[in-house]
Structure formats: C-alpha cells, structure tokens
Design a protein. Structure first.
Length: 233
C-alpha cells in the first residue's frame, strides 16, 4: 500500500503555496492598471507609498476640515467641492475649490485656486466670485505671518459674527493677512492693478474705467492721492 510521508507532503504544500503567492505578486506588479468608463465616488484620497496624504478630491459634504499631518481641525468657512493639496508632510498647502447656487433669487458663484504658505493661509490666489450684481475676478498676492496658524482655535471663527470680538479671535489664531497685489476687475467693472505696502495700504493704482478712461495714481500712507497721471492731464 502506498504511504505518504507527512514531512514531504508539508514541504510540497509549502512549495506550491509559495509558487502561487509569487505568481500572484508578479502578476499584480505587471498587470495593466484597471480602467473604468465612469466612477461615482464621494471622496478620493491620494497617498504616497508610506501613507502620507497628498491630495483630496471630494464633494462639499466630504471635503473635510484642515488636515495638518495626522490632525484634522474644523474649517471656519469652507463649503465648496474640489481638490485640496498637501505638502510632503501631509499638511494642507492649497487647493482648487468651487461652488454656485441661487440664493434669495440671485446667483452666488465662486471658484478659487490657491497656494498657501507653510502652515498658513494662501499667499497666491486666482479667484472669480459673484453675488448677484456684485462680482469680481482677480489674481491676488498676500503676505502671511512667519508663525503658523493656531489651528486649534480657528474652527470657532465660523460661528462668530463680524465685529471686534471676531477680529481679535482672528489675530489670536494668527490668521491675519495683508493683500499686496490685486490684478483684476473691481466691483464697478473697472480693471485695476493695485500695489500695496506692508500695512495693506494702496500706494500705486493703475485703473481703466468701464467707459475707457485710464489713469495711474500714486497715494501716500493715508490713502490720499499725491500724483495722478491720465491722458490729457
């Protein structure tokens, strides 16, 4: 009667399973990527091989708060869908977001591409916004503090009303910013390039009115025009 040697059987089994596992790994490594015609998802997280988060693509309801490393903090105002960018540390450093709907019978619509300073808010922004008849589109450059924002404090700002208390909370959270460059359309539909000093005061304005009148204006630290150049002046 034929007998099976248990030790040899176990060895053969191990060899077969190793071969199968190896084939599966090699096959997975060489298999072509999956292809889809349509994918419906609520959120996509793009990560590095070590798990570091590098991008979020999501709708408004799932885009989440402000992610800094392994911590997530409530965002005081973000209510848009889009993409959020993260640096090599997994900290948010910009994004592309957009929204739009009818509010009280008028269109409210916005899109924004931003790039942040390290652990701070945006220093560069391309934006288009409209609120009924009020609208503008611009390229904006901001100064931001050297110190990081206090992410544990900014969530409550979304529930605060505008005023002195909220202004103080913004300063405490180190969310202050100073606009230095504005290039775009203004609320009155004129085209404008304004350059500001480190305190956010306009010092040089190039402007073309909707009807076509053009001017270059130099201003002092109090906002008074000290010189103005215009055709025919």
């Amino acid at each position: 009667m034929f007998k099976i040697d248990p030790s040899r059987a176990i060895g053969a089994y191990a060899a077969v399973m190793t071969a199968i596992a190896g084939y599966a790994v090699i096959g997975a490594a060489t298999a072509p990527p999956a292809r889809f015609d349509t994918i419906d998802v609520r959120r996509i997280n793009v990560r590095e091989d070590d798990g570091t988060l590098r991008m979020i693509i999501a709708g408004r309801d799932n885009i989440g708060g402000i992610v800094i490393g392994k911590n997530e903090y409530p965002h005081p105002s973000r209510a848009e869908a889009g993409m959020i960018f993260f640096n090599d540390e997994g900290a948010e450093n910009g994004g592309l977001v957009f929204n739009g709907k009818i509010v009280a019978g008028k269109p409210v619509n916005a899109g924004s591409l931003t790039f942040d300073r390290w652990h701070q808010d945006q220093t560069i922004q391309m934006t288009s916004e409209e609120d009924g008849a009020r609208r503008h589109a611009a390229f904006i450059v901001n100064d931001r503090p050297d110190e990081p924002m206090r992410f544990d404090q900014i969530g409550r700002l979304g529930t605060m009303k505008a005023g002195a208390a909220k202004d103080a909370a913004v300063r405490q959270a180190n969310m202050v910013g100073t606009q230095r460059v504005y290039l775009g359309s203004a609320a009155d539909r004129s085209a404008e390039l304004s350059l500001r000093d480190a305190n956010g005061r306009k010092r040089l304005v190039l402007r073309v009115e909707p009807a076509g009148a053009a001017s270059v204006t130099f201003l002092d630290e109090k906002g008074h025009a000290v010189s103005r150049v215009a055709p025919g002046s």
